[in-house]
Write a protein that binds this ligand. Structure first.
Ligand code: ADP
Ligand code: MG
Length: 293
């Protein structure tokens, strides 16, 4: 590859809304055969809204929203923002939190109104020895089968509520997935979210391979495993929790709308956060390098 052709390629990339870290990146782009896509914030908008609240017997919905909303107000996670905003809309001003702790990929915990409160995955609740009762479990499963994300709320040693948030697939995502497939690439959806919600999103955009319930620290291992199988892997992500996987991948692509950490770890940035630009970038690199071989 001549340096001039590569530079022309990177210039063309900028016009397509793709920032390329260096001309040499185009070379690895061309060899990619598998594209791992983070779900939340990459395939979906990552702008979730609180859609329903389910409480255990004798629990007030207002109290559940007050406590969970206060706790989530301290977190930046898309689920947290949805819960904090939905709670503030419904119950007004939220109390302050002490001893806040974020459990990466699991949920949040802290002290609100003198109570030890927990919001997150069932796995986090069970780490505290707390179980959802049958009615909460039913609400959670129904929501997940509909492609939504449900989190549990616990305080004073018992599960008290399930909060359901919904995200939407970005308008360009189905077209982008179709484009990746037409280039002969295999798309894989990767998420920390539950398998039902992940499969519902995958079906909506046309992805067959789903790897769900992966902890943030384990996303990098998924990429490494695919590489060990002989695949040349591109990873597309937006979050802090995607950074290690983006760096490990043969080609890392960050959403320009995502976190700085993800952008720094990547080779390419999709400036407008539109997945279709990933297809353009791969097509461009093939064309650029194809003509100069
Ligand atoms: P993704 O891989 O889709 O970007 P994460 O790894 O960030 O998702 O989160 C995985 C799961 O952990 C979420 O689907 C949710 O169940 C739980 N979770 C993470 N952060 C929070 C939070 N702040 N509040 C409630 N639940 C959370
Ligand atoms: Mg994400």
């Amino acid at each position: 590859a001549t340096p001039t052709a590569l530079l022309v390629g990177t210039g063309r990339g900028a016009q397509l809304g793709v920032l390329i870290k260096g001309p040499e990146v185009l070379e690895s782009t061309r060899k990619v055969d598998t594209v791992v896509l983070d779900k939340t914030g990459t395939v979906t908008a990552g702008r979730m809204t609180l859609v329903s609240v389910h409480v255990a017997d004798g629990v007030s919905e207002t109290e559940a929203l007050r406590l969970a909303g206060a706790l989530e107000h301290a977190s930046e996670h898309p689920i947290a923002r949805a819960i904090a905003a939905g709670a503030a809309d419904r119950v007004g001003e939220l109390p302050t939190v002490d001893d806040f702790r974020n459990e990466e990929g699991l949920g949040v915990q802290g002290i609100v109104d003198g109570k030890a409160v927990l919001v997150g995955r069932e796995r986090l609740l069970s780490q505290w020895g707390v179980q959802l009762d049958s009615s909460l479990l039913e609400a959670k499963q129904a929501a997940e089968q509909a492609g939504r994300t449900a989190v549990g709320v616990a305080w004073d040693g018992a599960a008290r509520a399930v909060l359901v948030v919904a995200d939407t697939v970005k308008p360009g995502s189905p077209e982008a997935v179709a484009g990746l497939k037409s280039l002969g690439l295999k798309p894989v959806l990767l998420t920390g979210d539950n398998a039902d919600a992940a499969r519902a999103v995958a079906a909506e955009v046309g992805i067959d391979d789903v790897i769900a319930e992966v902890l943030p620290k384990d996303k990098v291992d998924v990429v490494a495993r695919l590489q060990a199988e002989g695949r040349v892997v591109a990873m597309v992500g937006d979050g802090v929790n995607d950074a290690a996987a983006l760096a490990r991948a043969d080609l890392g692509l960050a959403m320009g709308t995502g976190t700085d950490v993800a952008i720094e770890a990547s080779d390419l940035t999709l400036v407008r956060g539109d997945l279709r630009a990933a297809v353009d970038a791969i097509r461009l690199s093939r064309r650029t390098l194809g003509t100069i071989k």
